[in-house]
Design a protein around this ligand. Structure first.
Ligand code: AMP
Length: 171
């Protein structure tokens, strides 16, 4: 995974002073890097039993639909407020740099469905924990949480105790 690390650009003080932003666009534009990321996450979940892949706006959308396709599942988007047209369920959460709200269509997950949650970065874990709660609020079960990279020093896993977590790259 070191070759993947070399493709990720670190941008200091973005989006505000003190945040070291891990920019995956430099990895996405590399054909080998993109393939390696998708193939590796696919390989990890190939034998996992689940029904849906859920992607978190915005950068989760870079990976989740492709993985849903390769794994032969449907894709469900979790979006920023006021983007989804039908009835939604909301969750507020704390970011590494602020507070935000996410929404999911109320009928997006059926009772008892198993859901794989995909995002680009596991930082403080606030986003992922909120999305896991949304899944459970709709009667679904979290089959796993998959990330391209994890910032170990922010201890995001402490907010996700009891869930199966997989990250390709660790910082
Ligand atoms: P968190 O809720 O703190 O785990 O933040 C996770 C979300 O924020 C992910 O969807 C990332 O896209 C984004 N994020 C937070 N911190 C960073 C960072 N240092 N570099 C890149 N993305 C980040």
């Amino acid at each position: 995974m070191n070759e993947l690390k070399q493709m990720i650009r670190e941008v200091p003080d973005f989006p505000k002073p003190g945040i070291n932003f891990f920019d995956i666009t430099t990895l996405l534009k590399d054909q080998h890097g993109l393939k390696k990321v998708i193939d590796s996450i696919h390989e990890h979940y190939r034998h996992t039993e689940f029904d849906l892949v859920l992607g978190i706006e915005a950068r989760g959308f870079f990976f989740a639909p492709t993985l849903a396709y390769t794994l032969g599942k449907g894709f469900v988007p979790v979006r920023k407020p006021k983007k989804l047209p039908a009835a939604t369920v909301q969750m507020e959460y704390a970011l590494e740099y602020g507070i935000d709200t996410l929404e999911i269509h109320a009928d997006a997950i059926g009772k008892g469905q198993r859901v794989l949650i995909i995002d680009d970065v596991l930082a403080t874990g606030g986003t992922a924990a909120a999305v896991a709660k949304l899944v459970e609020k709709l009667g679904g079960t979290v089959a796993g949480l998959g990330f391209v990279l994890e910032l170990d020093f922010l201890n995001g896993r402490q907010k996700l105790v009891g869930y199966d977590i997989h990250s390709l790259i660790h910082y």
